[in-house]
Design a protein around this ligand. Structure first.
Ligand SMILES: NC(=O)c1ccc[n+]([C@@H]2O[C@H](COP(=O)([O-])OP(=O)(O)OC[C@H]3O[C@@H](n4cnc5c(N)ncnc54)[C@H](OP(=O)(O)O)[C@@H]3O)[C@@H](O)[C@H]2O)c1
Length: 286
């Protein structure tokens, strides 16, 4: 199996590399070695490597900055995605892409399926939705995994920030009226591997996330409880529940984004067991 991976220094990209089967060939690109907004370079590298599968783990993921830098968000998340889909099509490769729960407005207080009409409330969500549509339109053999609240031992994420700020600040004010499902990047990577390994996989959109639905406040408490098992200082950290209104951000956030993941679980050739949060916290504190 020959895989071309973009965004290999991001959370999902790093986790994917860690899990790559030994007999698979990988070209792992990052923002320095392949800017996905450069259509000619994308086509060139894909044509010269001729992968079986192109996996796009690259994205402009700065949700608040995207409000001011809409051009960059759209260049990467929409046009960059289309460049990769077209290049995959040119060599007959399958295209696997990752999208987000932020394509929804979060107004429906129950899990949303792939049939629900998207309605983004911020620039990042709009740019990711545009990427989905362009990819599906560009290449028939496209699979898109929408996921949510990604964390891992790599990069920037909520788990790392709570562990750092917990000890630095002692008291944390965390939003309790925004609910979603934290998802370990390694599990997303495993899902991508399963799909890539399958001889055929039905094209289209799929939802995948961790099973637990929590507010950021509840998630912060879980992270600190897991960390307390290794370092009792974390048990001393005080967490106050605040509201979205108390914590204004440049980008609006959808208040409730729980993805209905049934479709993917029914179709995956092998189940991907969810990695416990404790494992990532242990790894980060080791
Ligand atoms: N993080 C979340 O909570 C979350 C939630 C839902 C969905 N998702 C989606 O999941 C996917 C993976 O997210 P992640 O958390 O792994 O993201 P990440 O850690 O931010 O990694 C994204 C990577 O993309 C690279 N990149 C940015 N612009 C690029 C360009 N023009 N060309 C090539 N590479 C570029 C970045 O490189 P530089 O750092 O060098 O710019 C970075 O290494 C993304 O599609 C994201 O939209 C993420």
């Amino acid at each position: 199996m020959r895989i071309l991976l973009t965004g290999s220094k991001g959370q999902v990209g790093q986790c994917f590399k860690d899990r790559l089967p030994e007999d698979w060939e990988l070209i792992a690109t990052d923002s320095k070695t392949l800017d996905i907004t450069d259509a000619a370079s994308v086509l060139n590298i894909v044509k010269s490597f001729e992968p079986d599968v192109v996996i796009n783990a690259a994205a402009y993921t700065h949700v608040d900055k995207a409000e001011e830098h809409a051009d960059t968000a759209f260049a990467v998340n929409a046009l960059g995605t289309e460049n990769l889909a077209l290049a995959a099509k040119a060599v007959g490769a399958r295209f696997l892409h990752i999208s987000t729960d932020f394509v929804f407005d979060g107004s429906i207080p129950h899990p949303v399926s792939e049939h629900q009409a998207p309605l983004p409330v911020n620039v990042y969500g709009h740019s990711k939705l545009a990427g989905e549509l362009l990819a599906l339109n560009a290449h028939i053999d496209t699979v898109i995994i929408r996921t949510s609240w990604v964390y891992s031992e790599y990069g920037h994420n909520f788990v790392k920030s709570i562990l750092r700020r917990g000890l630095e600040d002692g008291t944390l004010n965390i939003v309790s009226d925004q609910v979603g499902c934290p998802t370990y990047a390694g599990d997303i990577a495993q899902v991508l591997l399963e799909i890539a390994a399958a001889p055929q996989f039905p094209r289209g959109l799929y939802h995948y996330s961790g099973k637990q639905r929590v507010s950021w406040y509840e998630f912060a408490r879980q992270i600190l409880a897991a960390a307390d098992k290794r370092n009792p200082q974390y048990g001393e950290v005080k967490v106050n529940a605040i509201t979205i209104a108390d914590y204004p951000t440049p980008a609006r956030r959808p208040p409730y984004t729980v993805l209905d993941t049934q479709r993917l679980h029914e179709i995956l050739p092998h189940p991907v067991p969810e990695t416990p949060l404790q494992d990532t916290v242990d790894r980060l504190l080791a």
